[in-house]
Structures are given as C-alpha cells and as structure tokens.
Design a protein around this ligand. Sequence first.
Ligand SMILES: NC(=O)C1=CN([C@@H]2O[C@H](COP(=O)(O)OP(=O)(O)OC[C@H]3O[C@@H](n4cnc5c(N)ncnc54)[C@H](O)[C@@H]3O)[C@@H](O)[C@H]2O)C=CC1
Ligand SMILES: O=C(O)[C@@H]1CCC=N1
Length: 269
Amino acid sequence: MLGVGSMGGAILTGLRAPEVQIVRPIAVTTKSAASAAKFAGAADVTAAATDDDAAANRRAVAGAGLVVLGVKPWLIVDTAREIADALAPGAIVVSVAAGVSTAAIEAVLPAGVAVVRAMPNTPSHIGLGVTGIAAGATADDAQLELVRRLFETVGSVLVVPEEQINAVGAVSGSGPAHVFLFVEEMIAAAERLGFDAAAARELVRQTVLGSIELMRTTGEDPAQLRRNVTSPNGTTERSVAVLQEGAWGELFDRAFAANIRRSEELQGS
Ligand SMILES: NC(=O)C1=CN([C@@H]2O[C@H](COP(=O)(O)OP(=O)(O)OC[C@H]3O[C@@H](n4cnc5c(N)ncnc54)[C@H](O)[C@@H]3O)[C@@H](O)[C@H]2O)C=CC1
Ligand SMILES: O=C(O)[C@@H]1CCC=N1
C-alpha cells in the first residue's frame, strides 16, 4: 500500500484485523520518515519512507499481487509510472484517488497488470465503510472479486461502472464530511440557543448517534423514522417545515455536482 494517510490508513486498519487472511507483513510506504516510524516494531506491517529511500515504492511492490495506491490524485500517475517495471506480472493495482481514470493509470503500466478504481470512505477505519469499485479495461471478474474482498474487510462494497465512480465519490466518498458538517451546524445552533459547548455537543452527538443506531437496528426507512418523531400539529412539524424551505434537494444536487466537477478537473491534473 503506497500512501497510508487518512484513507489508506483506514483501509490498512481493516486489513490488520487478525481474522483477515492475507499474506503478512503488509508492505506500506509513506512520504515522511516520521509517518513510517509509527509502524516500527509492528510484526504485521513493514513501512518505508520515500524521503529516506527513493526506491521505497518500487521495493514495496516487488512480488505483491495487490497494490493499493493511496496517494493524492495528482501523484497517482507518477507513482504508477515509478513502480511500473517493479510490478509482478499479473499484479492488480487499485487506485483510491478521486478523479483519476483507470485508463490514465493503465497507460503507464505494462500489459498484464490490471487496474481497478475504488472510492472508499473513512468509516472504513472502524469497519463501517462503503466502497464503490470499478474495473479498468483489463481487470477480469476474478481480479475484481479479489478487490471486492479487500474492501469488504472494512465495510460494504458496490461494483459500479467507472462512469459512476465520481458520483460515488460525491455521495459516499465525501459523504462523511457532509454528515459532520451537518453535526457541526447543529451544535453551533444549539450554542446560539444558550447551551454551553459541552452541553450542545452532548445533545447533538447523542441525538445523531442514537438516530443512526435506530436506523441501523430497525432497518426502517428514514422517512418513516422521521414521521415517528413528527407528531401531527406538534413541534417537529414546524422545524421540519422550515428546514424543507431550505430546498435541501436542490442544495444536495448542487453540492454533488460541484464535487463531481472537481473529480473531472482532477482527471486532467
Ligand atoms: N480522505 C478521504 O476521505 C478519501 C480519500 N480518497 C483518496 O485517497 C487518496 C489519499 O487521500 P488522503 O488519505 O486523504 O490523503 P493523505 O494526505 O492523508 O495521505 C496521503 C499519503 O500519501 C503519502 N505519500 C505522499 N507521497 C508519497 C509517495 N511518493 N509515495 C508513497 N506515499 C506517499 C503521505 O505520506 C500520506 O501518508 C487521495 O487520492 C484521495 O482522493 C478517497 C476516498 C476518501
Ligand atoms: O476530498 C477529496 O478529494 C477526497 C476524495 C473523497 C473524499 N476525500
């Protein structure tokens, strides 16, 4: 795994679970020595920093069947180019980068190396991620299945056509940020009602955690769960009506469109 920051690190945490059957140690690389040092003494991971060893990425992928590129989008093609002739024949290269197409990566890799694009999210850190995966031109069903199993170690997986991967990024890849923004705004509004920061945080955090857990454990439709709170002619009806005046549907359409536009720009970067 080349690059184990927020996203790569979350996937790595899932892969390190003892029940995951995988060849160990998992070879990872980071840019800085300080990041690599966090794995010092780990029996299941070997880490090397590209700042220390310019050949760290090439060494890490030697003999690997599955290589995950977890670097920033604008480094993906250069990183793929850098490791191209160190890859084992038949290796699968998975990119988690926003925007960058499988074709752009395939173009710098030797024939016989399969490329798969994945769009995971950070709840993968606790095994509750959701990842969209899409096969490149040469990845066959068995290779895609292996990548599915990789991401199933950290949550659920949806196979989508590559044209939809940017949309997966908007909905679930970036999704945790949208949820946290909602929580931040609710806390700030609670503070404006006069609650101190600790009380506002407790009221909102527990409401959000409890609501999500209710949705998970009951399996109920969110609209029904909302109706369960909304007494006819009660208080919720009034606040929900005000929120709906905010045209959330249109707001989300615009937010997702902006997100997808940025993925398209990153493709060209
Ligand atoms: N953060 C998120 O929620 C999500 C991120 N992604 C994608 O994941 C990728 C990484 O994003 P983050 O984890 O957020 O960034 P990050 O900055 O937290 O992690 C990037 C990692 O790459 C390492 N790195 C930099 N140059 C390197 C090199 N030449 N060789 C090896 N490692 C190198 C850095 O040390 C760092 O560990 C991006 O392409 C992004 O589009 C995809 C889905 C969600
Ligand atoms: O913000 C980003 O570009 C990355 C991709 C999806 C989530 N984080």
